[in-house]
Design a protein. Sequence first.
Length: 195
Amino acid sequence: MLAVLAAMMMFQINAPVARPTPVDDEANCPAVPVEANALREWEDFEFSTDISGSPMWYADRGCYRRAAQASREYLTRGPLLGIRESAISHLHMARYLAFAGDEVGAAQALAGARRSDQRTGTEIPLDWNAYVEGLYGFLVKDRALLETRLARLQASANQGDRYNGANLSWLSRCFERSYMEAQTEAVCAVEPSHP
């Protein structure tokens, strides 16, 4: 379980890296296998990069819109999810849409990513909602929201919060750029020097 959570966290916070250019053609982005996906266990569906039809499988190919579609269909037709699983799926769906260039759609998807439940002892300690709200601030270009949530994560003693704070700092440094650029441009990841 912790391995899956670590993988999930790494997807959330990956340092700016080369990401596939968004594509929307059938040759690279086959139709979402809606019925087959609906039968899959959540962890297998959400985190698999090897099985075609998984959101991460699509994202690895630059098929971000298909990845978001797979997530949306699973949330609608798959097994009923708990608050934690639903929040993670909504966050990932929002990121897929943002990578595709649909930041308005991403902000709407992100609205379902906040958590109202209590964290369990088996989860990596994270201020999940601060991260989600900061990401939302970037998507809707609310710098004050982004900066306050970034400050909260940077002040946290939890390593996971510091990782997510680093991600928000890239978005802060490249606030006027697209989400894709803020996550992939090297200039966005360069920490400012402190005298």
